[in-house]
Design a protein around this ligand. Structure first.
Ligand SMILES: [Mg+2]
Length: 368
C-alpha cells in the first residue's frame, strides 16, 4: 500500500473511530462519563448489544456520502471528459443520505433501488446502496434533514443553484456541515488550495448557511488535503495556520471571519500549554457549533500528533458533541499517521469498516 493510500485510509477510518467512540457518550454529562468509565473517561469501544459492533453515527454516514460525491465527479470526468464542481454531486449524494433516513433498507430495496441508479433524481450512490447499516438512524442532525428536504424542493422546482453559500436557506452554524466534509481534501482533484477550501465550504453550506457553519468546512478540507498530499513537509501547525489564513482571505469581509481566526488561534495556543485537556476543551466550547467542534479537534490533533489514541480519547471525553469532535479529530490524526499506524484495537469491531476502507481506496484510486 502506498503512503498516500495509507493516509487516505487513515483519515476516513480515523474519523469513523472518533465518531464511534464519541457516539457512545454524545449525550452524557461529564459526571456520568467519568463515573461510568473512570477518571480518564471512555478508552475503548463499547459494543452495542444488538450488533456487537462499535456503531458509527450520522457523522460517518454523511462523510461516506461526501466521499462518494468525490468519486462520482472523478468518474464522470474520466468517462465524459467533463465534471461539475464536487458540491453539485454532494448535493445529490446527501439526498441519498436523506433517503436512507426516510426509509428502511428493506423499503429502499423494494422502491428506490429496484430500478437501479437513475441520475439525477434517484439514488446515485450505488456503492453505498447495499449497506443496510447506512439506513439506520443514528441521531441524525435535524438541520441536515430539514435543509436537505428544502434543497430537494428547490431541485424539483427546477432551480439550479450554482453556489450554496449564496443560496441561504437557514442560519445554522451547527457542526453538521464541517463534520462531514473531510473527503473533499482526500482526493487530489485540484492543485489549487483555494479551490479545495471553497469546495469544503460549499459542501457544508448545502445544509449550514451561517458563515461559521461553512467557513469551518473550508479549513478542514484544506487541512486534510495538505496533510495527505504534503509535498512541502509542512508541520501540522503550519498547515493549520495556512488553512486559517486561506479561509480569512477567501471570506475576507465576512462579519464572522475574525471569530473563526480567533477560535483557531485559541486551539493552537492551548495545545502548547500544560493544563489538562478537559480544562482546555472547556475554554474552546462544547462542539455543538461548527467553530467550537473544529477548534476542539484542532487542539487535540496538535497536542497528540503522534498519538492517535491519546488524541481521539481526549477529543471525545467531554460533555459536548463528542462524536463530531471525535470524528473531525480522527480525520486529522488519521491522515497524519496513516491507517497502518492506528492501534489494532480500533480496527476490530468497528461497524462497516470494510465499506469505509473500500471507499478510501476508491478516493485514492481516483486521485491524480
Ligand atoms: Mg453524530
Amino acid at each position: 500500500m502506498d503512503k498516500i493510500n495509507d493516509k487516505i485510509r487513515g483519515s476516513l477510518f480515523g474519523g469513523a473511530v472518533g465518531d464511534a467512540l464519541g457516539y457512545e457518550i454524545e449525550f452524557m454529562s461529564e459526571k456520568s462519563i467519568f463515573h461510568q468509565y473512570g477518571k480518564c473517561g471512555i478508552q475503548n469501544y463499547s459494543l452495542s448489544s444488538s450488533e456487537k459492533k462499535a456503531v458509527i453515527s450520522d457523522d460517518t454516514q454523511m462523510t461516506l456520502f461526501t466521499a462518494y460525491a468525490m468519486v462520482f465527479g472523478a468518474y464522470r470526468l474520466e468517462n465524459r471528459g467533463i465534471s461539475a464542481n464536487p458540491r453539485h454531486y454532494a448535493e445529490l449524494t446527501y439526498n441519498d443520505w436523506l433517503i436512507t433516513q426516510e426509509m428502511t433498507y428493506d423499503e429502499a430495496v423494494k422502491t428506490v433501488l429496484k430500478d437501479g441508479p437513475s441520475f439525477p433524481h434517484g439514488f446515485i450512490s450505488d456503492v453505498l446502496s447495499d449497506v443496510p447499516e447506512l439506513f439506520r438512524r443514528r441521531a441524525p442532525g435535524i438541520t441536515c434533514l430539514s435543509a436537505l428536504e428544502t434543497r430537494r424542493t428547490q431541485r424539483e422546482k427546477g432551480e439550479y443553484i450554482h453556489s450554496f453559500i449564496d443560496s441561504k436557506i437557514n442560519n445554522s452554524k451547527g457542526c453538521g456541515g464541517v463534520m462531514r466534509v473531510a473527503p473533499v481534501g482526500m482526493m487530489r482533484w485540484s492543485d489549487d488550495i483555494e479551490k479545495i477550501a471553497m469546495e469544503g465550504a460549499e459542501c457544508a453550506a448545502i445544509t449550514h448557511c451561517h458563515s461559521l457553519g461553512y467557513m469551518t468546512g473550508a479549513v478542514l478540507a484544506q487541512m486534510i488535503y495538505r496533510i495527505i498530499f504534503n509535498e512541502n513537509n509542512m508541520t501540522l501547525k503550519e498547515i493549520t495556520e495556512e488553512a486559517r489564513d486561506t479561509a480569512a482571505r477567501l471570506f475576507g469581509g465576512d462579519e464572522h471571519v475574525d471569530e473563526l481566526t480567533r477560535c483557531i488561534n485559541d486551539a493552537i495556543e492551548l495545545s502548547e500549554n500544560s493544563d489538562s485537556d478537559l480544562i482546555n476543551i472547556h475554554r474552546l466550547g462544547e462542539g455543538w457549533i461548527a467553530e467550537e467542534a473544529l477548534a476542539i479537534a484542532i487542539y487535540c490533533s496538535l497536542k497528540y500528533q503522534n498519538d492517535f489514541t491519546g488524541g481521539i480519547t481526549a477529543s471525545v471525553n467531554h460533555k459536548g458533541d463528542s462524536d463530531s469532535t471525535g470524528a473531525i479529530a480522527g480525520n486529522i490524526l488519521g491522515a497524519l499517521i496513516g491507517y497502518n499506524a492506528i492501534e489494532q484495537k480500533w480496527k476490530e469491531n468497528l461497524e462497516i469498516s470494510d465499506v469505509i476502507l473500500r471507499m478510501a481506496d476508491m478516493l485514492s484510486e481516483w486521485s491524480r
